[in-house]
Ligand binder design. Sequence first.
Ligand SMILES: Cc1cc2nc3c(=O)[nH]c(=O)nc-3n(C[C@H](O)[C@H](O)[C@H](O)COP(=O)(O)OP(=O)(O)OC[C@H]3O[C@@H](n4cnc5c(N)ncnc54)[C@H](O)[C@@H]3O)c2cc1C
Length: 354
Amino acid sequence: MTDAISMAGYRLVENARLDARNTFGVAARAPLLVEVSDAAVLPELFGYAMLRDGPVLVLGGGSNLLFAGDPQGAVLTLGAQSIRILEDDGDTAIVRADAGVEWQALVLWTLGHGLGGLENLALIPGTVGAAPIQNIGAYGVEVREHIHIVEAFDRMLLRQVRVDPANCGFAYRDSVFKRDPERHVVTAVEFRLSRTPRLKLDYAGLDDELIAMGVDAADNARPSQVAEAVCRIRRRKLPDPAILGNAGSFFKNPIVPAVLATQLQAAHGKLPVFRGSDEGSRKLSAAWLIDACGWKGHRDGDAGVAPSHALVLVNHGHATGAQLLDLARRIAASVRERFGVSLEPEPRIIGATW
Ligand SMILES: Cc1cc2nc3c(=O)[nH]c(=O)nc-3n(C[C@H](O)[C@H](O)[C@H](O)COP(=O)(O)OP(=O)(O)OC[C@H]3O[C@@H](n4cnc5c(N)ncnc54)[C@H](O)[C@@H]3O)c2cc1C
């Protein structure tokens, strides 16, 4: 039995189940769930001792976290749903979306308003507020390329702040917000988008998909067609969390020194190696490393690895977060033993340490 109390701008639920609020679909409970419908109440809420002094988990769509145990403090969700154009010079526009907006709804809204930029990021699950946290990326684009401002409630300063992208510490699936998750509650994000975007079509398979859709030449595609091509590929490649619980890629692609990448490639000719963030580093395919260790399609009870994608851990039904974490640790240990490469989880792990 749970008790709920509604106040202006927020609702409190004690002992709230989180099973349906994470895409792995694992069981978890929050001692207190705070559902915020108006971010203006955040200063008041963070005046209360439990939120001011204790850990607070900001929860979006739950598509990039694993409940390996229950969260210790309050869990806070943001519900505001507005999207609007703040500035528009006829080509470039600044679009502001509240944190609670579903990411795919924003992508479709911007495309519907003739604004390009987010098309390669179509169909990533989750909310706008979570997009800057790990600098979401797909098909050759990272969201940082289009972020104008991140609006957040700063728990240290106890006030609303506007964070410039230069101060967001964006990197591959990383940001200051991910590195220090207790500090900021992202309340809205402003994006800089264009009516004449330079399409990014160099990611493997994207141009072929456009041609398969009947676009005469990939370079002539409209942003909405690029988004559709991305959705078609993603639907084929990734398990739908509504059918098979998962959090997308469970591991980041490891960044290693270029010398090590060269040695590994000499020993394993087929290992895909990509550019790193600088000359001295390279990015390896985590999926290839895991597959080479024989994990694709592996299953321990209800915790498993997707048969279609070695990077995706799945919940076949009643796996617990602890069982999924145990499987992830064993996968990482086998990759480390065989290739000497450490894998780092991409989702945030709650209730346990990696
Ligand atoms: C099938 C599938 C495919 C995926 N594909 C991709 C992909 O291609 N690229 C990619 O980058 N990711 C991908 N992901 C991961 C995930 O969709 C993204 O990371 C997404 O941004 C998470 O959004 P969320 O709202 O579900 O965040 P949650 O899972 O709820 O939270 C993730 C983290 O962000 C924090 N957070 C959430 N909202 C806020 C906020 N408002 N303020 C402060 N902190 C907040 C949480 O505390 C947590 O640390 C995929 C996931 C799935 C299930």
